[in-house]
Design a binder for this molecule. Structure first.
Ligand SMILES: NC(=O)c1ccc[n+]([C@@H]2O[C@H](COP(=O)([O-])OP(=O)(O)OC[C@H]3O[C@@H](n4cnc5c(N)ncnc54)[C@H](O)[C@@H]3O)[C@@H](O)[C@H]2O)c1
Ligand SMILES: O=C(O)[C@H](O)COP(=O)(O)O
Length: 389
């Protein structure tokens, strides 16, 4: 029986991928083999020693101590692209809310008092405060052209906007998905200098913290709108509020409210709603549950953020060895020597590295004795060993 600990609510559709006769799933469970999580901050918890895999039912993994898990040989998976459409739709909604002053106008309507005739005259007198502008012909700058950024760029292009994108690490696949009229920028400054709207779609890390700061906000044309549906800290909140107060920015839309932003009249903050649709929650949970199951039952690695992609079909009738080690010379030699010393013949083998880590699957003829597993664990540089029967 595999044991799975859930640290957030995970869609039932995803949990249904883990058959009850082989998986026990609970928020509190002793000796879990794997963890399923959404935004729960795992940095503050002690991850049980029994955990071999963590599945993030979403995109961002900044709530997971990925580096520490790598050093323990724990695989971390996410669900790339599975919530991208949900975020794209909310970004589009944010652009419309800002361009048409919808939040302020709605507040105004709700504040009115009187009978319907009086309301009508207040509506007609008051609406001029909320005159907005239209999107065609305006320029959107998209920073980060991954699963979400590409969808946002293409949707804006379909609305008649000029779109300029920046992503020095764009993959060939994402570049193929982009509409041909999305222009490429070579620097962030080039994007902000020409964009009426800026939307960031990058992970939070040391390169992206305060990516949009006061200097860059000042480079934007006056009346600009900035949107942050990625992570708190990518846009400097204080600088954005200052730019709103100076009248240089017209709106700041973001998914990560703080006490500084949430009451500001030109700041539209939402409670981290980007991925909160039924569809996205199901897509993420299903994808990540399938990946965790394949890792536990077959050792296969798909969509990991710290392990190399390793998928080896199950053909052999004997044990499968799953081994995580530091990416240093002579590991494979030592692994095969340990197996050969027990007279085990290797049926199939797959070894791949990623950065400082390497991952190996070995199918052997017969059963791997407990002593050999201990020998393998004793090899310097071996981080984790599992036998899958
Ligand atoms: N608000 C929400 O609910 C919500 C939902 C999903 C994702 N997110 C956030 O959005 C982020 C992006 O998600 P995604 O699915 O598009 O991820 P992704 O990995 O598909 O795309 C990220 C892109 O950013 C690019 N990038 C990285 N650093 C960059 C930099 N300094 N400048 C320009 N580009 C850079 C990468 O090359 C990559 O193409 C996630 O990391 C997460 O933090 C938020
Ligand atoms: O990175 C993500 O996928 C989002 O921030 C979604 O977070 P959530 O799963 O807590 O909604």
């Amino acid at each position: 029986m595999y044991k799975i600990q859930t640290l957030n609510n995970i869609s039932v559709k995803g949990l249904d991928r883990l058959p009850r006769d082989r998986y026990e799933v609970a928020s509190e469970i002793g000796h879990p083999d794997a963890v399923l999580v959404r935004s729960f901050k795992m940095h503050d918890m002690v991850v049980p020693e029994t955990v071999v895999a963590i599945g993030r039912a979403g995109a961002g993994v900044n709530n997971i101590p990925v580096e520490a898990m790598s050093q323990r040989g724990v695989a971390v998976f996410n669900a790339p692209g599975a919530n991208a459409n949900a975020v794209k739709e909310l970004v589009l909604a944010g652009m419309f809310l800002a361009a048409r002053n919808i939040c302020q106008a709605w507040d105004y309507t709700r504040s009115l008092e009187g009978d319907d005739a009086s309301l009508n005259s207040q509506v007609e007198a008051g609406k001029k405060q909320f005159v907005g502008f239209e999107l065609p012909g305006r320029t959107l700058g998209v920073i980060g052209l991954g699963a979400i950024g590409v969808k946002v760029a293409n949707a804006a292009s379909a609305l008649g906007m000029n779109v300029v994108g920046f992503d020095p690490g764009i993959t060939v696949g994402r570049a193929w998905e982009l509409e041909s009229d999305v222009r490429q920028a070579h620097t962030v400054d080039e994007v902000v200098g020409q964009s009426d709207f800026i939307s960031v779609h990058v992970p939070i890390n040391d390169h992206t913290r305060n990516l949009i700061n006061g200097d860059r906000l000042r480079m934007m044309p006056a009346g600009g709108v900035v949107l942050n549906f990625s992570r708190a800290g990518i846009i400097d909140d204080e600088a954005a509020i200052a730019a709103l107060d100076e009248g240089h920015l017209s709106a700041y839309v973001n998914d990560f409210p703080t006490n500084l932003t949430r009451q500001h009249p030109r700041c539209i903050t939402l409670p981290h709603l980007g991925a909160s649709t039924r569809e996205a929650e199901e897509n993420c949970a299903v994808l990540v549950a399938d990946q965790i199951r394949d890792y536990l039952e077959n050792g296969n690695v798909r969509n990991s953020v710290n392990f190399p992609e390793v998928v080896m079909p199950r053909g052999g009738k004997g044990d499968r060895l799953s081994l995580v080690n530091s990416n240093v010379p002579n590991m494979l030699g030592q692994i095969s020597t340990a197996l050969a010393s027990a007279g085990l013949n290797i049926d199939d083998m797959y070894n791949k590295s990623r950065g400082d880590l390497a991952y190996t699957l070995v199918d052997v003829e017969g059963e791997i004795p407990a002593g050999v597993i201990e020998d393998l664990r004793g090899i310097e540089g071996v981080l984790a060993v599992r036998v899958i029967r």
